[in-house]
Design a protein around this ligand. Sequence first.
Ligand SMILES: [Zn+2]
Ligand SMILES: [Zn+2]
Length: 222
Amino acid sequence: MRIDVEATGICGADIGTVRNPAPATGFPVTPGHEVAGVIAELGPQVQGWEVGERVAVGWFGGSCGHCPACRTGDVVHCPQRKIPGMSCPGGWSSTMTVPAAALARIPEGLSAAQAAPFGCAGVTTFNALRHSGAGPGDLVAVLGIGGLGHLAVQFAAAMGFETVAIGRGEQKRKLADGLGARHYLDTERESPGAALAGLGGARLILSTASSSKPLADGCPAT
Ligand SMILES: [Zn+2]
Ligand SMILES: [Zn+2]
């Protein structure tokens, strides 16, 4: 499928793509794996899609479809999986070509700029919440209110979790409130481990922060 690109997110992993050449060719490829656009051209074998449909492409750029991982639905661990921006040119471009299996439809009411980051940051946090075993009413904490965290807080609130946003500094409190967090913990002012314990303990802590220091907080001293 060839897609006319309308918006592409910038993910932390893209920095690695820019700095490190693709192993197969030795040359950098076009980065970009949070892509939203419109189908411009169908391949000859493609069924179920039409030119003009609004679609997104994320980190998953297609898989072999017949290996043990693919047969059990674990497509991201297919040895032959493709990653846009690494195994093929990605979305930092006006056009890109991917297998039809890589596409997700964009629902009405979601702009291209809103939909694009769902391809990586969105699906990463959504799947973590959805497969966590937490249910509505459970206390769920999101550590880090940045690119991934600000989406995770919105998903968690919409899923009915009692959502705790954990950020650094008071300036993130208003943002977290607006995103639907019930509580906000400022790691510069309080110990997040003790504060979560005071709220009855968390069913899940989803860490989106690169620093692991707050995760160690509250663990018994060794
Ligand atoms: Zn990414
Ligand atoms: Zn496979």
